[in-house]
Design a protein around this ligand. Sequence first.
Ligand code: SF4
Length: 750
Amino acid sequence: MPMRWQEGAEKIAGLVRSHDGPLTRELVRKPGRFGLGQVPARLAPDAVARTICGFCSTGCGLKVHLRDGEACNVSPDPEYPVNRGAACPKGWESLAPLAAEDRATHPLVRGDDVALRETSWDAAMDRFVAGVRDVQSAHGAEAFAFLGTGQMPTEELMFLGSLAKFGLGMVHGDGNTRQCMATAVQAYKESFGFDAPPYSYRDFEESDVIVLVGANPCIAHPILWERVCRNPHAPEIIVIDPRRTETGEAATQHVALRPKSDLTLFYGVARALIERGAVDAEFVESHTRDYEAFERFVEDFDVDRVLEATGIDRAAFERLVDVIARGERVSFWWTMGVNQSHEGVRVAQSLIDLALLTGNIGRPGTGANSITGQCNAMGSRLFSNTTSLLGGRDFENADDRAEVASMLGLPVERIPDQRSLAYDEILEGVREGRIKGLWIVATNTAHSWIDQNDFHALREQLDFLVVQDMYPTTETARLADLFLPAAGWGEKDGTFINSERRIGRIRKLQRAPGEALADFQIFRLIAHAWGCTHLFEQWKTPEDVFDLMRRLSEGRPCDISGIEGYRMLEAAGGMQWPVRREATRDGALPDTDRRLFADGRFFHPDGRARFVFEAPRPVEEPTSDAYPFVLLTGRGSSAQWHTGTRTDKSATLRKLAPSETRLEIHPADAARLRVVAGDFVEIASRRDAMRVRVTVTAIVPEGSVFLPMHDARTNRLTFASFDPYSHQPSYKHAAVRVVRAADADGGSTD
Ligand code: SF4
């Protein structure tokens, strides 16, 4: 049962009193300074608190109902502009993960007997400092790196990245947004001049043509699918996906192309649109660059080449082109089917190219729109201080470093002058012996990273692994040398930024159990233990950090200087960036649904968007006689989230999810393998094998099979290839073989 916050306050006060080290004396003297003595004082015991869901990037508003000071129920917020009273099962079950029996309640340290054992916060901080310093002394400051998340509030992400780099001297850090959004980030930066998803969710309701690529919102973003269903214009809905997903089934056209043939398809569409005269010449002339080179480039993509590469028929191709050409308000949307690709950046940009070509940007119902994954992927992109400096700046730019140093009151030498390694490069650094320590915060690398066996082998090469999480039971936490127990969503304050750039306020509703602390407070403790508190004098509360974010953003594309604080955010029902200071000067609130580029000006210095393009490349692990199937992976159901660390805690969500992992296989392939629904097969890649029952379904195309990512075994099969520009892993293409389990055992059931 979740603890009542009054009881939690007493427990924490007891914890503070029970310590007697120098750190503890400081806590006792000024408990409020560390937030440990604070309770959610503004919430009455039977209040209804408004907050934002902590799972996906849709960013639904939720009402949390309190009884006797305890959060007892959740309902969707009918007044929040994103979801208007709807929520998917994960949102309704938001409280269940907080009450899980395996919540972390104490720091844990690995003893000489190799077991993780409870320890005090003082001892944990001593161990943290000693472990990091040992690695840095022996191998250099760069040898310790951190991996963060898109699940924490922006204020905590900014604190983590700033503490690690400016305080502890680390140079390298990245986050699990590398696994979901890095491709969109890179694509937007190159094409628009800044990482700037241009849309508002209202565009779903205003398009007359909606093109969804590698996206299955019925399952992955169900509230956004509801927005599509509210569209009063009877839109054409085109789903481009190898699988005939739930969304593909509901579409007006499903284009079932071969896996990873999308880039050729979109270049072919561009050529066909140009041939039809569907180019918005005035827009292209006034607001873009490099169109002529793009036009010459796509000449090579004639219909025959497209049909051969994609496997679709001529009528389907012509219909696709015709619908886009005739559409007046065409919007292009993509998610992981594009982002998680060996050439995802160029595919995303091919959709941006189509939007630019046809002038479908900056107007209602249009746009080249990436739907993000995690609840705070956008906050991570702008403020996590990982591969880009705070506010979307550049570590390698001296002016940017000086500006940040001045705003934060830091010596400029504290800011690294080199770009951080990306997630995959950090792990390569471990392989090469350049990275010897990792601090993993709120992400489950040992389940989610691609080619898991390789990651587990790399862990053996680390001298020191710190894991900070809500649960000591995750696959990653179990590998830790030091485990720090963290509060979860609902137990801390801050903000998230959703897919449409909307900043929403999340609320602390109850205390974390035992001695677990909000990540924000853990970072304060670490700063204190390390001896760098003086660098973070201004960082006492999440709202202090929000204020720093406002200052850092001023004059940038992501300007939020006009948001005067959490109370304004709450009153406005979330606010989309940009919100410049002058926009709210007289107490006004900007429109609740805004898109970018209505004036045709992009963020490159010349104000023009770029056509960016490159020849398609073959996948790095093609199918072969030995491994004839393509393995596709993705979300299993709307009741499941990533590695299941939270959704598996809810009995309701477990009932809504499939009771076991099933491999989807096409009926023709099943017949060839002589398996029927429910039979066991062995699926093997060059890296590992797993045994699983099959679901025989035409959802998957012939020659492909599908596994949900929620099973930890799935990523033992995946093949580690990466987009060269975004470094995002390509989870959706590996060569595998499938055989009947009986045949794999060497026997036969015939
Ligand atoms: Fe939460 Fe996303 Fe579901 Fe909305 S759609 S309730 S944000 S998980």
